[in-house]
Design a binder for this molecule. Structure first.
Ligand SMILES: Cc1cc2nc3c(=O)[nH]c(=O)nc-3n(C[C@H](O)[C@H](O)[C@H](O)COP(=O)(O)OP(=O)(O)OC[C@H]3O[C@@H](n4cnc5c(N)ncnc54)[C@H](O)[C@@H]3O)c2cc1C
Length: 447
């Protein structure tokens, strides 16, 4: 039997970050990561294996980071957790005693109950090197490909698979727009137009009823009874939490399978914490349950869990909901509440919008437009959301807006905040999008 102070199950975004945080806060403690896979993929890099990053090897997290931080590693599948004895057991018969445990077992792809989902040539997005290598070979040899699901993962895959490949590619989305669960309609339509221009066949308001074929996939049939030819089908409809181990050990799990944690990332098990895709999340705005599964949230929770192991140092204020994607060379990003979400939550709100180039003058090399929309609560003038589309610098700007939301800044605070600008690096100080969007909101609030 091995004995450690801190044991972390899972070695991806959450597990790795939790282990490093644990070592930073408690350098004298012996920390072990136990994970199933020999090589860990950079999970959010997976779509780029099929285009921009042309190999799986380039999308791996190097283990050197563990050694550098004094963290030990065991490759093994944890099959049992005995929370009374403070023990875990792997299928390889390793028994490990822990003082504190962090469960960071993540998620696995959700598979819809569609007939034909088990045919050869049908894939989900498993975080598994060999599986993704098989998918790469199939995509490279395919003439016709169908992606089920037009969320940000489906769209990123479509965009990448189309790069440098002569392939007929369709995306089927059952909602009226792709990305509609994340963005307001105006932004979705602009995103859809870009993906269509790249030659992707976008089919919305249609459901895949069946994946057809004998042993191997031949196509999909839609709710409209149309069929689309396919040599390869990729199901990208989301993920479900990997919480079976915790549940079996008697740790509380909510009604949709997420491990229950409090603000300090503590589970119902003594000395057991959880973070990442496997645990439940609450909204920053109203504490209601939300189902975001993002690496950025996973690492944020991991920094809280790792810091709190022996003393409560940090608390989780809830999920703001910040994320970004890119279609072609256009960034789309959002944070906080969208207009439609603000309406559902009953907010009285106003929107300020501003658009301009990301450098100045706009004719500078690499110049591209960036449109920013900010949403403020009417009475208080506090920012509750933001969306943007355009230049890739928007990927960082959305994080700044997320910070404004976290600190509950008002339209007036944002209109007058002190930014630094440079012709080659940022928008002009006169046309700085978030200041101007906030200034428009200030005007509306005064009216
Ligand atoms: C295609 C794709 C694109 C994405 N793009 C983005 C993006 O752009 N931005 C973003 O923020 N998020 C993105 N995400 C989401 C992000 O990848 C996840 O939120 C993130 O991986 C969650 O990290 P995690 O550590 O909680 O779980 P996971 O990454 O699922 O890792 C779980 C770990 O636990 C281990 N494990 C599980 N069970 C056991 C066991 N019994 N014994 C031992 N080890 C075990 C696994 O082997 C793995 O190491 C994307 C996801 C996908 C699939």
């Amino acid at each position: 039997m091995k004995d450690y102070d801190v044991v972390i199950i899972g070695g991806s975004a959450a597990g790795l970050t939790a282990s490093i945080t644990a070592k930073r806060f408690y350098p004298e403690k012996k920390v072990l990561i136990v994970r199933k896979e020999k090589n860990v993929l950079i999970p959010f890099g997976i779509p780029y294996i099929y285009g921009s990053v042309d190999s799986i090897e380039k999308d791996l997290i190097p283990d050197a980071i563990l050694e550098k931080n004094g963290i030990e590693l065991l490759i093994g599948n944890v099959s049992e957790l005995n929370k009374d004895e403070h023990l875990i057991k792997t299928t390889e018969n390793e028994i490990i005693k822990y003082e504190k445990l962090i469960i960071a077992t993540g998620s696995e792809p959700a598979v819809p109950p569609i007939k034909g989902a088990d045919l050869k040539g049908v894939f989900t997005i498993k975080k598994d090197v060999q599986y993704l290598a098989a998918l790469l070979e199939e995509v490279n040899n395919a003439r016709d490909m169908v992606i089920i699901g037009g969320g940000f993962i489906g769209i990123e895959f479509a965009d990448e698979c189309k790069k440098n490949r002569d392939i007929n590619l369709s995306v089927v989305e059952m909602l009226p727009h792709c990305l509609i669960l994340a963005f307001d309609e105006e932004f979705c339509i602009q995103g859809e137009n870009i993906i269509k221009e790249s030659g992707v066949n976008l089919i919305t308001s249609e459901k895949v009823e069946e994946i057809i074929g004998n042993e191997r996939v031949q196509g999909v049939s839609l709710s409209s009874k149309k069929t689309i030819k396919a040599d390869v089908v990729l199901i990208g409809i989301g993920s479900k939490p990997n919480s079976g181990l915790a549940q079996k050990a008697g740790i509380e799990v909510n009604n949709i399978g997420f491990i229950k944690v409090n603000r300090y990332m503590q589970t119902s098990g003594k000395d057991i914490f959880a973070c990442g895709d496997c645990c439940n999340k609450k909204s920053f705005f109203n504490n209601k349950p939300v189902n975001y599964m993002l690496a950025s949230i996973a690492t944020n929770e991991a920094r809280i869990a790792g810091a709190n192991l022996y003393k409560i140092n940090r608390a989780n204020d809830g999920v703001i909901g910040t994320y970004s994607t890119v279609i072609g060379d256009t960034a789309l990003a959002r944070t906080g509440l969208s207009v439609s979400e603000a309406e559902i939550e009953g907010y009285d709100y106003i929107v300020g919008q501003a658009e301009g180039p990301n450098c100045h003058p706009g004719c500078m090399p690499g110049g591209k437009n960036l449109k920013v929309s900010l949403i403020f609560e009417k009475g208080t003038g506090i920012i509750i959301g933001g969306e943007l589309i355009g230049a890739k610098s928007g990927g960082e700007l959305i994080n700044l807006i997320s910070g404004c939301i976290a600190k509950k800044m008002t339209a007036n605070d944002i209109a007058t905040f002190q930014m630094g600008t440079h012709p080659a690096l940022t928008a002009s100080p006169i046309a700085y999008q978030i200041s101007n969007a906030a200034e428009i909101a200030v005007k509306k609030l005064r009216e």
